[in-house]
Design a protein. Structure first.
Length: 165
C-alpha cells in the first residue's frame, strides 16, 4: 500500500456484546477510540457488523477505500469487498499463533510474549495479510488488566504507523 493512495475517512466500531446473550454491554474503554478519530479528523461510526446496508451506505457516501475496524469478530465477505484497499484489524496477539479470542491468555499458555498485530481482514478469521506486529513490554508488577489496557493502547498507537497519517 502506498500512502498517497490511502483515503482513511472512518472507523467502524461495533458495540461491545455479551457473547452469550448477544446484548450490548456498557463499558469504559482503556483508549477512547472515538476521541482519537476526532483528533485525526476521521469519522467514527458505531454499527453492528451484520448491518451490511448501513455500512455500505457509509462507505459509498464517503468514498472510502480503506477501512479500520475496532471490535471485530467475523465480517461478512460483502462488507470486506466494499473497500478497495481492505479493512485493517488490530489483534491483541501474535498471528497466527494467537488467532481468535483470548489472545493474551493464549500467549501465556503458549509461552509467547504479548504482541499487537495489524492485518488486513479477509474471509478467514485473523488470517489476512500482516502489516505490522509489535511486541508488548511486560513488567513484573503488571496485572492482567494492565497488560490488556496496554495492548489496546498499542493497537491505537500502531494505527499511526500503518495508516501513516
Amino acid at each position: 500500500m502506498h500512502k498517497a493512495r490511502l483515503n482513511v475517512k472512518m472507523v467502524i466500531a461495533a458495540p461491545k456484546l455479551d457473547l452469550q446473550s448477544k446484548k450490548t454491554v456498557e463499558y469504559v474503554p482503556a483508549v477512547k477510540i472515538k476521541e482519537v478519530c476526532q483528533a485525526w479528523g476521521v469519522s467514527y461510526l458505531q454499527l453492528n457488523h451484520d448491518d451490511c446496508m448501513s455500512i455500505a451506505q457509509s462507505v459509498y457516501s464517503q468514498s472510502c477505500n480503506l477501512g479500520v475496524i475496532a471490535g471485530a469478530r467475523e465480517l461478512n465477505p460483502d462488507i470486506i469487498s466494499l473497500f478497495d484497499h481492505g479493512i485493517i484489524n488490530y489483534h491483541p496477539g501474535k498471528l497466527p499463533e494467537t488467532a481468535g479470542l483470548n489472545a493474551l491468555e493464549w500467549s501465556v499458555l503458549l509461552g509467547l510474549p504479548p504482541y499487537v498485530t495489524a492485518h488486513l481482514i479477509n474471509d478467514r478469521l485473523d488470517e489476512g495479510s500482516l502489516l505490522l506486529e509489535l511486541p508488548l513490554a511486560v513488567y513484573p508488577t503488571d496485572t492482567i488488566d494492565e497488560i490488556k489496557a496496554r495492548l489496546l493502547r498499542y493497537q491505537v498507537f500502531i494505527n499511526y504507523f500503518v495508516v501513516s497519517r
